[in-house]
Design a protein around this ligand. Structure first.
Ligand code: ZN
Length: 200
């Protein structure tokens, strides 16, 4: 990867040999390896020993989980907050594992919609709850830095499964509890894939 970064720097019109850039390929490689380390993660290992059988069926919410991801269209960051809720049927996930799960899927090349769905689907598969809801609010540098569609550089996506899809009351309770700072366009209906990041 380092050789590619050196070529990239030269393509940008830079001199990869100048002092400030000499160690850059090594640092960029290290950064990208970390930022895409989610590909190597094993979900079952991440959740290891943290799935519990319970007699509890109230909504579990973990909100304001910070996440940082890379948009697959531009390899630029998008980042913000993720809110997760589920209603257990008889199993729960240790609370500290939810942010770990968000990290695993964030540290890949992503689009915000898929990231949101992957988190929700994984929770559904692993504990078969009565419902799962994931809402993600993010700023996309690929849009704000490039001055494209500034009004859309903040995007909200949601995945509502089971009780959160079927019951307006359950959904509203969740949305009330997370108090989105945005106008929540994505929560009324699922928004079309790709909207969060214009592909140009
Ligand atoms: Zn992008």
């Amino acid at each position: 990867m380092q050789e590619l970064i050196r070529k990239l720097l030269a393509e940008m019109g830079e001199d990869p040999a100048r002092e400030g850039l000499r160690e850059t390929p090594k640092r960029v490689e290290k950064a990208y390896k970390f930022l895409t380390s989610g590909y190597d993660a094993d979900i079952d290992q991440v959740l290891n020993n943290a799935l519990f059988t319970v007699d509890y069926s109230e909504m579990v919410i973990v909100k304001d989980i910070d996440f940082y991801s890379l948009c697959e269209h531009h390899l630029l960051p998008f980042f913000g907050k993720c809110h997760v809720a589920y209603i257990p049927s008889n199993r729960v996930i240790g609370l500290s594992k939810i942010p770990r799960l968000v990290d695993v899927f964030s540290r890949r090349l992503q689009v915000q919609e898929r990231l949101t769905n992957q988190i929700a689907d994984t929770i559904r598969e692993k504990i078969l709850p009565l419902g799962v809801a994931v809402v993600m609010e993010a700023t996309h540098l690929c849009m704000s830095m490039r001055g494209v569609e500034k009004q859309n550089s903040f995007a909200v996506t949601s995945a509502m499964i089971g009780a959160f899809r079927n019951s307006a009351r359950t959904r509203m309770e969740f949305l009330e509890l997370i108090k989105l700072r945005s106008a929540v366009p994505g929560v009324r209906e699922s928004i079309p894939a790709g909207l969060a990041c214009i592909e140009d």
